[in-house]
Structure formats: C-alpha cells, structure tokens
Design a protein around this ligand. Structure first.
Ligand code: ATP
Ligand code: MG
Length: 196
C-alpha cells in the first residue's frame, strides 16, 4: 500500500510542472468525525474545463505521454476510504484539489514520513513559496518557507536539511497540542479563498 505522502508528492509534482510559484498543502484530521482532509492549492497555469474533465482519465495526460496516473490513482485510494476528491481550476490562475476521506478506514494508507517529504520539497524547490499545515482536532502547526528562509540566512540550502526536518518532526510529535497562536494563523489560512 502506497503511503499518502507519496501521493502528495505526485500531486505537488503536478503543481510544480504547472509552473506554480506558491503551493499550499494542508492536512487536517478530525478524530470525532473520523475525517482526514488533504488540500493542495497552487497558483500555476491551471486547466480549462476540457482539461479538467480529463484529469480523471488514466489514459489522458497533459504531458507528452500516453498515461497520466497520478490523480486517478489518488482518487481511487480516496474513494476506497469512503471519500472523494474535488478539483477546481482556472486557466492562468491556479488549481485547488481537495480530498476528504474516512480516517480510520481499513484501506486508508498511513500518512507516511511527513517531515521527510516536506523537507525534500522545500530543499529541492527553494524558489517556490511553500505553505504547509497539519492540524489534528483543530490544533496543529503552520509553516511558511519564506519565513523559515528569512530566519536562516544561508546560501547553501542543503545545510537546512537537518534543521528543517527536525522542525517538522518536532511539530509532528506534538501534533494536537499546538498553541493558540498557531491556530489563529491556521484559521486565516483556511479562510484564504481557493484561487481555483
Ligand atoms: N495542479 C495542476 N495544475 C495544472 N494542471 C494540472 C494540475 N494537476 C494535474 N494537471 C493536469 O492534469 C494531467 C493529469 O494529471 P495526473 O497527475 O493524473 O497525470 P500526469 O501528471 O500527466 O502523469 P503522472 O502523474 O502519472 O506522472 C496533467 O498532465 C496536467 O495536464
Ligand atoms: Mg501527475
């Protein structure tokens, strides 16, 4: 079973290929309602209606190839967990993908190594403005790459690999015990309208 973090990499790869300069990735868990929500939002080149209809088709790819499996495979996993994926997009403006699923479902894959995954994204694409959030029952953490880079003035982005992974690891270890400041920030983030 493929971990959700690997699907996240697939989804984010689509955003990067669409020349996004700003990518927001949020994970929200609700244990009372037994829900897991994943949102990936970008300001890339977007899709028109014709393209948007075809993203669900594994035998269509906007790239020069015969198959495009990323979204169909992810949608299949989500649907197996009693969930659904919705995508909204606007040509020239960006794309927003939202998945909600039953968190405890037996077919729901584990999230996987979130600190490692997010660190790799930031380190391999420092030119992109990243925003990440992970909430559990309304408590959690919020990350902005521009603020992180401002704190660590260095030309060598690879030297940030360890501090960054530790930052995410600490936040993940304390998930669900976040403070109010971070919550406030997250609400602001949630309220920001999807550009899709
Ligand atoms: N965030 C996005 N912005 C713009 N276009 C997108 C985005 N996500 C998907 N698409 C379009 O939808 C197509 C299908 O995406 P999907 O991830 O299913 O397959 P793929 O990326 O083409 O191939 P694979 O994921 O198997 O490498 C993409 O080729 C691209 O044209
Ligand atoms: Mg893809």
């Amino acid at each position: 079973m493929k971990e959700l973090s690997l699907h996240l990499l697939d989804l984010v790869e689509n955003s990067i290929r669409a020349k996004a300069t700003h990518i927001i990735l949020s994970i929200a868990e609700n244990t009372t309602q037994d829900l897991l929500e994943i949102v990936v939002e970008d300001d890339g080149e977007g899709m028109d209606e014709w393209q948007l209809e075809r993203v669900w088709d594994p035998f269509f790819s906007g790239q020069n190839k015969k198959v495009g499996m990323g979204i169909p495979l992810f949608a299949q996993v989500v649907e197996q967990c009693q969930g659904k994926v919705t995508i909204s997009s606007q040509k020239g403006r960006g794309t927003r993908l939202r998945a909600t699923m039953q968190r405890s479902h037996i077919d729901c894959p584990p999230l996987g190594n979130i600190p490692e995954t997010l660190t790799l994204l930031v380190i391999t694409h420092p030119e992109i403005r990243w925003e990440f959030a992970h909430l559990k029952d309304g408590q959690g953490w919020f990350f902005k790459s521009d603020e992180f880079f401002a704190q660590w003035e260095t030309k060598n982005v690879y030297s940030l690999y360890t501090p960054l992974r530790e930052w995410f690891q600490n936040r993940e270890n304390n998930l669900g015990e976040g403070n109010h400041h971070e919550n406030r920030e997250y609400r602001r983030f949630e309220e920001s309208e999807g550009r899709g």
